[in-house]
Structure formats: C-alpha cells, structure tokens
Design a protein around this ligand. Structure first.
Ligand SMILES: [Mg+2]
Length: 153
C-alpha cells in the first residue's frame, strides 16, 4: 500500500471539522473512529490541533468529548498549535511544511503557497434550532480515504 507511519504530522481544525463549533460542541458523526484511524495512520504524538479556539477552551471541549466517550483519551493531551497572523501558517507546525497535512473547512486560512498540504473539509454545521444534528454526515469516511491517498504518494 505504501502507507508509512512517518514523520508526517496531521493538523486538525476543530470547528466545522471535528465538531460544529465551540458553543454547541456537537461532534461530527464517527468522531471516535475517525480519531482512532488517524492515530493508526500518524500516531497520536503526530496529530495536533490548529484552531482559532484558544487553548483553555479547546482543552475543556476535549475533556468533555473524552468523558462522553466521543473521543479517545489521548485527545485531551494533543499538541496545541500557538499561532499569530491571518493565516494558519504550517511552519508553526513543522519547519518543513511538506511534512504537514492540514484538514480545514475554511481554505482562506491556508496560505496560497501551502494549499497543496490542505485537505478541504465539508463544513459540519450547527443545526437550526430544534433540528437534530446531521447524523447522515459521512465526511470522516471520505477524509480517511483522502488521507490514505495523500500518504501513499
Ligand atoms: Mg473551521
């Protein structure tokens, strides 16, 4: 297959990707399996969170997801990327941006020169009031296939 448990680092956006947003915090369907599969592909020490949500808030959300058994235990201790500026510059993750893959639902955050490291995610949206979250969402399954393809080139 040519899939390597490599030096690659996976950077995950939070809002619109793993959960709806930091307010409603609804997990995308399949979050636990997705994170487990990411761990198989990258190792959890090579998975980081790259979000506009501040670290304290992210840790609170992560602990809640873990205690609700919606995310694996290691998720609370995942590396948090501190960043400044108008872009999520992948050099905050690794000096060599070709060692980074970022999953994000908002492409404008990614620098034009780094777009080849982006796997764009279909935004997971907050449901309208009284509506149930979209449980038919299968984006994580597609993303795992994309990641495998990315890693095998
Ligand atoms: Mg987002």
């Amino acid at each position: 297959m040519g899939i390597v448990m490599s030096h690659m680092t996976l950077a995950l956006d939070l809002e619109g990707v793993l959960i709806t947003n930091a307010i409603s915090q609804l997990p995308r369907p399949g979050l636990m399996s997705f994170l487990n599969e990411c761990e198989i592909l990258f190792g959890h020490e090579h998975i980081c969170i790259f979000t506009t949500v501040n670290e304290k808030r992210f840790r609170d959300i992560a602990r809640k997801l873990v205690s609700d058994e919606l995310a694996p235990k290691w998720f609370t201790e995942i590396r948090y990327i501190e960043w400044v500026g108008e872009h999520k510059d992948l050099r905050f993750v690794d000096d060599d941006i070709d060692n980074v893959i970022i999953l994000d639902d908002y492409p404008p955050y990614i620098k034009q020169t780094q777009k080849h490291r982006l796997i764009q995610v279909n935004q997971y949206l907050d449901p309208y009031t009284h509506a149930m979250p979209d449980m038919s969402d299968r984006e994580f399954e597609r993303l795992i296939e994309e990641l495998k393809r990315f890693l095998s080139v």
